[in-house]
Design a protein around this ligand. Structure first.
Ligand SMILES: [Zn+2]
Ligand SMILES: [Zn+2]
Length: 76
């Protein structure tokens, strides 16, 4: 069983090199650009940050308005 099979990414039939992905997709996976990233990514559009709270990255978790309160001005 030396053959690990083909990449599990959609429409990709390249040989697997690791994590079930081919070399190209392994790189994407490491960047968090695949649905099954090594960590959950921030739900904000275009953000690939790692989720830390409220399904958002550290940056977005802080600026995201609390549920029910629309953009409440904060005294800072
Ligand atoms: Zn692939
Ligand atoms: Zn984010």
């Amino acid at each position: 069983m030396a053959d690990k099979g083909t990449c599990k990414a959609e429409n990709c039939a390249k040989p697997v090199v690791g994590r079930g992905y081919c070399s190209g997709h392994v790189r994407k996976w490491k960047q968090g650009a695949l649905p099954k990233a090594r960590y959950k990514t921030c739900v904000e559009t275009g953000c690939r940050g790692r989720q830390v709270a409220k399904a958002r990255c550290a940056t977005h978790a802080k600026i995201a308005p609390a549920p029910g309160s629309e953009a409440t001005p904060t005294a800072s």
